[in-house]
Design a protein around this ligand. Structure first.
Ligand code: PEP
Ligand code: MG
Length: 587
């Protein structure tokens, strides 16, 4: 019962204390058992009945997940069923059985190695996901051959799930059961399927722990701190007490904060602000609303593509957008056209790898080179706009011509829909994301072409300060409170407001209390963020007087460095409004 502590990446906040349950891992055999020619047929029969059983199980899981977590998480099982239907995977296994006169277990192991090798060579994040799908399906067939029990007897008791990595179907199935207190993984990152799912389901999760599966045994007592990204194995009493109290404080804090959901979004001096949600999955709308979101300020529609092995069709887009619009009604929903290309590759499209993906064929650039794809999306957004609460948002605008092209596509789509006699919002608002500094400098011209502006600070800061937003080596330079960044944002906000149009911020900056106050002081009223941060920001903004914050921020802008600005803001705000940071700046 050795006591150990591990640092990883906290991808879903909160603290859980409980017993470890290690996910069972299928190890494909390395032993080649040779069979007689007369046994070949029997081996193939074994394979076919394992495949049949796998199909049945997958269909059952798909229906269960659809019922318990939502239709969008069940896509993954459709993809797996398609892999089985596709036959080439199964034919490959059969071929090896026949050609090498080997047992089916060995044949599966060889096919698995082959596919893993192919995917590894491609070295692409999204292809890697497809690799895990193949592993997932083959493991299920393998398990069915060997009749390894799918779950342990105590599958319903509460525990902390520890695994090397979770295959997408495992994540949906295990987390959907409601008995997982927290998740700790060797592998993974912020945008992994498990991380997104854990956040949607409010389950604390730490990933990127490297070797946690080798250090933990079933039944070990674990603490998972998803807020600070730490996992503690067999903590002594004093540590347990410390974390129990931290957990209590955190839970009280969340409960307390959640109460703000029903309170008005106004500052002490009655200035109205609007907290909105950034979502990736349609079923997040309900959680977001319960957290106090007044609409969806950013729907990252590319996630519809990530969950499928084929290209989603117009009807599927339409179904998802209509659902989001209905769930958020009467609040607005800003649907961003897909932001893929560059690093966010799609296996369905086979996009070429680029030397500088962040500066490459991304977002609207990609969509304008794949206009048919964009039109499908635009038609679906238009069709979902009948409640008149839907807006179109275009990512990564760099020049006016891009907006003009998009407008032409929208106009064409509208004409088609009119001819087809379909309903849509004739005045659906069109917005541009300001993420490229060149577009920020052009705000006065861009705003005349669109109905509103959404500032994507994640990319804007990356491109303005020349700091890769996902590179740990330079993360210390990624400073939302950099004087240049604040000046640029001030320019964008003021320019839009001069035209009496709407401006929102939908980058992570809006979710940080101090930065959100800086934005309030710069004139911002619409803040869009990951829903779990909405109560905290609402509490912060409700605790201050807008007039005073405006003065403080104006003074802060006279300082030369981000550090001075941060220190000044913190000091001034803490003295005047101690309630603004209920649990400190970063909690
Ligand atoms: C942004 O860049 O700030 C943004 C919200 O878009 P994403 O994080 O999806 O790039
Ligand atoms: Mg962006």
């Amino acid at each position: 019962m050795t006591y150990m502590r591990f640092k990883g990446i906290g991808v879903s906040p909160g603290i859980a204390i409980g017993e470890a349950s290690l996910a069972e891992k299928v190890l494909f055999t390395a032993k080649k058992d040779i069979i007689g020619t007369d046994e070949v047929e029997n081996e193939i029969k074994k394979l076919q009945s394992a495949i049949l059983q796998t199909k049945k199980q997958l269909t059952h899981i798909k229906n269960q997940v659809k019922k318990k977590i939502g239709k969008d998480h069940s896509f993954i099982f459709e993809a797996h069923l398609m892999l089985l239907e596709d036959k080439s995977l199964c034919r490959d296994i059969e071929k090896i059985i026949k050609r090498e006169r080997a047992k089916v277990e060995w044949a599966i192991s060889r096919v698995h190695d082959k596919y893993v090798g192919i995917f590894d060579a491609i070295e692409d994040e999204y292809f890697k996901q497809r690799k895990s799908d193949v592993t997932d399906v083959l493991s299920k067939i393998y398990r069915n051959l060997k009749s390894i029990k799918q779950e342990k007897k105590d599958e319903d008791s509460e525990s902390i799930l520890v695994a090397h990595d979770l295959l997408p179907s495992e994540a949906a199935m295990k987390l959907g059961k409601g008995n997982v207190l927290a998740v700790a993984l060797d592998a993974g990152g912020q945008t992994s399927h498990t991380a997104i799912l854990a956040r949607s389901l409010n389950i604390p999760a730490v990933v990127g722990l490297h070797e946690i599966t080798q250090k933990v045994s079933n039944g070990d007592l674990l603490i998972v701190d998803g807020t600070d990204g730490e996992v503690i194995i067999n903590p002594p009493l004093a540590i347990r007490k410390e974390f129990l109290s931290k957990k209590r404080k955190y839970d009280d804090y969340c409960r307390e904060l959640k109460k703000t959901a029903t309170l008005d979004s106004i500052t002490l001096d009655k200035v109205r602000f609007y907290p909105m949600a950034n979502i990736e999955l349609p079923e997040e709308v309900k959680l977001a609303t319960s957290m106090g979101a007044e609409g969806v300020g950013l729907f990252r529609s590319e996630f519809i593509y990530f969950q499928k092995s084929s290209l989603p069709e117009e009807e599927e887009h339409f179904r998802i957008y209509s659902q989001v619009a209905k769930d958020a009604f009467p609040s607005p929903v800003y649907i961003r056209t897909i932001d893929i290309g560059g690093e966010k590759n799609l296996p369905q499209l086979n996009i070429e790898k680029e030397a500088n993906p962040a500066l490459g064929l991304r977002a609207i650039r990609f969509s304008l080179q794949n206009k048919e794809l964009l039109k499908v999306q635009v038609r679906a957004i238009l069709r979902a706009s009948t409640l008149k609460n839907v807006k179109i948002l275009i990512p990564m605008i760099t020049e006016i011509e891009e907006i003009e092209e998009v407008k032409m596509i929208i106009s064409k789509a509208k004409n088609e829909l009119r001819k087809e006699g379909r309903q849509f919002d004739e005045n659906i608002p069109l917005g541009a994301m300001i993420e490229v500094p060149a577009a920020a400098a052009l705000t006065d011209i861009i705003i005349k072409e669109v109905d509103y502006i959404s500032i994507g600070t994640n990319d804007l800061i990356q491109y303005y300060l020349a700091v890769d937003r996902s590179n740990e080596l330079v993360s210390y330079l990624f400073k939302p409170l950099h004087p240049s960044v604040l000046r640029l944002i001030r320019f964008v906000i003021k320019t839009v407001q001069k035209e009496n149009k709407e401006v929102t911020v939908c980058g992570e900056m809006a979710a940080d209390p101090l930065s959100a106050l800086a934005l309030l002081g710069l004139g911002l009223r619409k803040f869009s963020m990951n829903p779990i941060f909405i109560p905290r920001i609402k509490q912060t903004l409700r605790s201050v007087e807008h007039k005073k914050i405006e003065e403080i921020v104006q003074n802060a802008l006279t300082f030369k460095t981000a550090q001075h600005i941060e220190e000044y803001l913190l000091e001034q705000i803490l003295v005047k409004y101690p309630k603004a940071f209920l649990m400190g700046k970063n909690n």
